[in-house]
Design a binder for this molecule. Structure first.
Ligand code: ADP
Ligand code: MG
Length: 475
């Protein structure tokens, strides 16, 4: 099957070839002809299988005819996060280069004024997160009655983020006569219900078993002690392997993201962080550093990293085993993209046994356990070493090495009772704090729920097609 068999225009075929795509992915091959025939579609395919182009390409051809009117977008794409919205916009820019399609992005954390100006002019494609769209809708800045095409992307993530009620409301504002496309990696019952309610006679395309993981990803479970300093030590050992070119490290909590990034930096790693508490420009700046290779480690929370299209990530680490098994599939889907191979390590402490069981149940696959030799002794950050009053004769500390390499992985395990005893009381405290912080995080999140992507406007936006969209997403 080639792109030429799918019914796309010659102009678009040329753009696709220029983009370096030789053949459509299975979801593209099945979805594109049906979208062009104006069918409603439910597209279920795992992360990294090219779902974006499966709707962006036919939309470009469909929207090539007709004109936009003020405040009445002709099509609407809903994305769960700002980053995903920005990525879809980038896809339109890339493939729609030859066409004169106008586009606006409505995402939280950026100035509303320019977004409203763009809408006033009329847009062919509106890409939005549900929270910001609802805000503008309620202010009367937008009319969805001329919107004949709706895409609900990453539907399972929308569900995780509590956006389903917003989406339901948005669906009722669109004309009944429209085409609706829904894409998701998994199909939990509430998404099925949403589809039954708002799609008409949809064609369901299921490329792989829901929640199956990519065969190009080598997966390992790494048994670890629950203490975070032990986990960090294991992580440094694995990051020190030669084949780790770059890595995304997922944590369950924002506090862990911050602490881990700080610790990695102290150990000489080139790392950065991305989580939901960061302002939009800050997140994009960090992402840009990672894409450019200025940093090669990105510590991330699920919300911030969902669906990010970053090519060529060699490794994914689950520093915490994810609470939701779906998140496992999404997290490890950051590697092994576009036919490349990747490796995913999941740290599992005794308390995480149930999380792991759920993951293995969902993916229908038992993950290999990796038994590691004890990590070699490594240089500690100065602050820690000063506090350390253990007899120095008992250990070899490499003074010169600031590189993040576990010197001799095969080194025999050492018994270090003095340090272990001292660290015991210290680790109780952070765990307690973390739990408390998490509870208050959860409360904050509950309060924000349907407006999770909103933060106060900060004026960091320069118009509907901002500069950051012009950067290349390849590494
Ligand atoms: P999904 O939304 O399914 O998670 P994306 O649409 O983000 O996946 O695409 C994943 C990656 O695959 C992107 O880097 C994209 O550029 C690439 N890709 C998409 N279609 C093709 C194709 N036909 N051939 C090669 N690479 C592709
Ligand atoms: Mg996607």
């Amino acid at each position: 099957m080639s792109f030429a068999d799918l019914g796309l225009s010659d102009e678009l075929l040329k753009t696709v070839t220029d983009a370096g795509y030789t053949e459509p992915t299975p979801i593209q091959a099945s979805a594109i002809p049906s979208v062009l025939m104006m069918r409603d579609i439910i597209g279920i395919a795992q992360t990294g299988t090219g779902k974006t182009a499966a709707f962006v390409l036919p939309m470009i051809d469909i929207l090539a005819h007709g004109r936009s009117r003020a405040r009445m977008p002709r099509s609407l794409i809903l994305e769960p996060t700002r980053e995903l919205a920005a990525q879809v916009a980038e896809n339109f820019e890339k493939y729609g280069a030859g066409q004169k399609l106008s586009m606006a992005l409505l995402i939280g954390g950026v100035s509303m004024g320019d977004q409203i100006k763009a809408l006033e002019k009329g847009v062919d494609v509106l890409i939005a997160t549900p929270g910001r769209l609802m805000d503008l809708f309620q202010r009367g800045n937008i009319l969805l009655t001329g919107c004949s095409m709706l895409v609900i992307d990453e539907a399972d993530r929308m569900l995780d983020m509590g956006f389903i009620p917003d989406i339901e409301e948005i669906c009722t504002k669109l004309p009944k006569q429209r085409q609706t496309l829904l894409f998701s990696a998994t199909m939990p019952p509430p998404i099925k219900k949403l589809a039954d309610k708002f799609l008409e006679n949809p064609k369901t395309i299921e490329v792989a078993r829901p929640a199956s993981t990519n065969i190009n990803i080598a997966q390992f479970v790494v048994p670890v002690a629950p203490q975070s300093f032990e986990k960090r030590k294991r992580l440094r050992q694995l990051l020190g392997q030669e084949e780790v070119r770059n890595a995304i490290i997922f944590c369950n909590r924002k506090t862990t993201v911050r602490e881990l990034n700080k610790s990695l930096k102290q150990h000489g790693f080139r790392s950065g962080e991305i989580h939901g508490d960061m302002e939009q420009p800050q997140r994009l700046a960090e992402l840009e550093l990672f894409k450019r290779g200025d940093i090669n480690i990105l510590v991330a929370s699920d919300v911030a990293a969902r669906g990010l299209d970053i090519k060529g990530v060699s490794h994914v680490f689950n520093f915490d085993a994810p609470w939701h098994p779906d998140d496992y599939v999404h997290r490890i889907g950051r590697t092994g993209r576009g036919g490349a191979t990747g490796t995913a390590y999941t740290f599992v402490a005794p308390d995480d046994a149930e999380n792991l069981q759920n993951i293995e149940k969902l993916t229908g696959q038992k993950i290999d356990r990796l038994e590691l030799p004890a990590p070699a002794e490594e240089e500690r950050p100065a602050r820690r070493t000063r506090r350390d009053r253990a007899p120095r004769t008992a250990e070899v500390e490499v003074e010169v090495n600031t590189a993040p390499v576990a010197e001799t992985v095969e080194e025999a395990p050492r018994a270090r009772p003095a340090r272990a005893r001292r660290e015991e009381p210290r680790r109780e405290q952070p765990r307690h704090d973390e739990a408390r912080e998490q509870r208050s995080d959860d409360r904050r999140r509950d309060r924000r729920r349907s407006h999770q992507d909103e933060t106060p406007d900060d004026g960091g936006w320069n118009g509907p097609i901002p500069d950051f969209l012009k950067v290349s997403f390849g590494i």
